[in-house]
Design a protein around this ligand. Sequence first.
Ligand code: FES
Length: 159
Amino acid sequence: MVRYPAWDQDEARSIVSGLSHLEGATLPILHALQEEFGYVDPQIVPVIAYALNLSRAEIHGAISFYHDFKTSPAPRRVIKLCRAEACQALGCETMVDHLARDHGIDVGALAHSHDVAIETVYCLGNCALGPAALVDGELIGRLDADLLAALCSHHGADA
Ligand code: FES
């Protein structure tokens, strides 16, 4: 997974001013910002609008029209937790309950909190070694509640 620097409004402003002279500068600016930071923070919208003498709505419109543009940073870690039948039989729902009860983490609703996205998937082809999950693309078997919680935490995310 590509690591991007944290959003820097001054740096973003200089990207805007460096490209604002271009004909049809909106898309080149948005692409350059996303290339630099991995997303286009909404706080730069008024700056782009002002620089290009366009409305904020026009800039928002361009960002939302092109689905490649992201408006928030990508999670540092993506966990796809299998909740299909075989993994259910091996306790995946108990882990989901444990995460919610003891760590306040809801699968699916987590999105960007804790900087980790945890999603439900149905069968990773690793049924015999369940509960299973894909963690940043790596297949993990025999997952347990403590390991899953560690993978979701900042501390565990660096492990
Ligand atoms: S049911 Fe979970 S890997 Fe197949």
